[in-house]
Design a protein around this ligand. Structure first.
Ligand code: OSB
Ligand code: MG
Length: 372
């Protein structure tokens, strides 16, 4: 497929509710969209880099630079056969996985449409089990102004049908939170995400979390520090999950080899895209560890592709793929809704991403658009 033109959008949408993590609060969510045109088809991708370099060193502005000055020129006029071709063309650009993943997503969407397959069917092609029709999901809750507000919000999401709750923690707001939640909800399946806010000096705090029967503890230590997670792991009983530290299949392999984690949160954006995410899926399955698909407050464009990834057989734990209306209302696509009876979301089945994009809404939230 000859890549004829690419549109790049900088959009910003208000969040339904402020999302606070150990990095700070977020009230509006910027992101980039790419639309890749070839042979009468358009593939869409979302770049989840945001306003600040808290989670990743990339921001929407650095991703705009990397996409427009390097990645888009490297893709234009190329003959795309399969999405993995992108890794060859992008190889000379070091890092910048979030920028790369946007075009990777669009390449999967485009080639899946060409093949008459849904994104999920195309991703699941190597597996005899195929893609699942529904995937289990949970909800990620930011740091709230008070414990009472947190408990109330958990109750609201439980009432909506969410079967797994994730809570953000930071030093000073950890044991007290876990204790209050466990007391109020004795049977709740919940987990904590520290976003790298702790060090080895905090081991006693992390050990104190053992008694709350957490599903897992996500990324307590430094974002580049796979090694110290391997030192921490035998010191705590809570299953340890890595997010930020796993930036490639190579690092997933390394982490499992040295015993740095029990579980991996696979975010396609964090690892340069869906081909690499699938490699990590295969490494995790071979190692016999549970996997789940992480989120970055995606719009419906990114959510559709996350659902496709989560439909692969190795994703056995609920993903951070909550209904889009909890972040954006309206969103730039038709909303993805929770199947409240079993805390699942339905994987799109139409060719490609299989989601309807509301171009009027895209135009309304676009701050900058360039066509290459
Ligand atoms: O660490 O998983 C994270 C959101 C933005 C950046 C990092 C993270 C998150 C979430 C939200 O936890 C997941 C979601 O609901 O999309
Ligand atoms: Mg995380």
């Amino acid at each position: 497929m000859k890549i004829e033109a690419i549109d790049l959008y900088y959009i910003s949408q208000p969040l339904v509710r402020t999302f606070t993590t150990s990095f700070g609060p977020q009230t509006d969510r910027a992101c980039l969209l790419v639309a890749v045109h070839s042979e009468g088809l358009t593939g869409w991708g979302e770049c989840v880099a945001t306003n600040d370099p808290g989670y990743s060193y990339e921001t929407a502005v650095t991703a705009w630079h990397i996409l427009s000055d390097f990645l888009i020129p490297a893709l234009l006029n190329k003959d795309l056969k399969e999405p993995a071709d992108l890794y060859t063309w992008f190889k000379y650009v070091r890092g910048h996985p979030l920028a790369k993943a946007a075009l990777d997503q669009a390449a999967w969407d485009l080639t899946a449409q060409r093949d008459g397959l849904s994104f999920a069917e195309k991703l699941a092609a190597p597996y005899p089990e195929g893609a699942s029709a529904r995937v289990e999901v949970g909800v990620s809750i930011g740091i709230q102004p008070s414990l009472a507000a947190t408990l109330e919000l958990i109750q609201q999401f439980v009432d909506k049908g969410y079967g797994r709750i994730k809570l953000k923690i930071k030093p000073g707001y950890d044991v007290v939170l876990a204790q209050a939640v466990r007391e109020a909800f004795p049977d709740l399946i919940f987990m904590l995400d520290a976003n790298s806010a702790y060090t080895m000096a905090d081991v006693p705090i992390l050990q104190a979390l053992d008694e709350f029967d957490l599903l897992m503890l996500e990324q307590p230590l430094g974002y580049e520090d796979i090694y110290r997670h391997s030192i921490l792991r035998p010191k705590i009983n809570t299953p340890l999950c890595l997010d930020e530290s796993i930036t490639s299949a190579e690092h997933a392999h390394f982490a499992l080899t040295i015993g740095a984690c029990d579980i991996i949160n696979v975010k396609p954006s964090r690892v340069s895209g869906w081909s690499e995410a699938r490699k990590i899926h295969d490494i995790g399955v071979a190692a016999g560890i549970p996997l789940w698909v992480g989120g970055m407050l995606e719009t419906g464009v990114g959510r559709a592709a996350q659902l496709a990834l989560a439909s692969l057989p190795g994703f056995t734990l609920p993903g951070d793929i909550s209904a889009t209306e909890r972040y954006y209302n309206p969103d730039i696509t038709a909303p993805f809704v929770l199947n409240s009876e079993d805390s699942t979301m339905t994987v799109p089945t139409a060719p490609g991403l299989g989601v309807e994009i509301d171009m009027e809404r895209v135009t309304a939230v676009t701050q900058r658009k360039v066509t290459f």
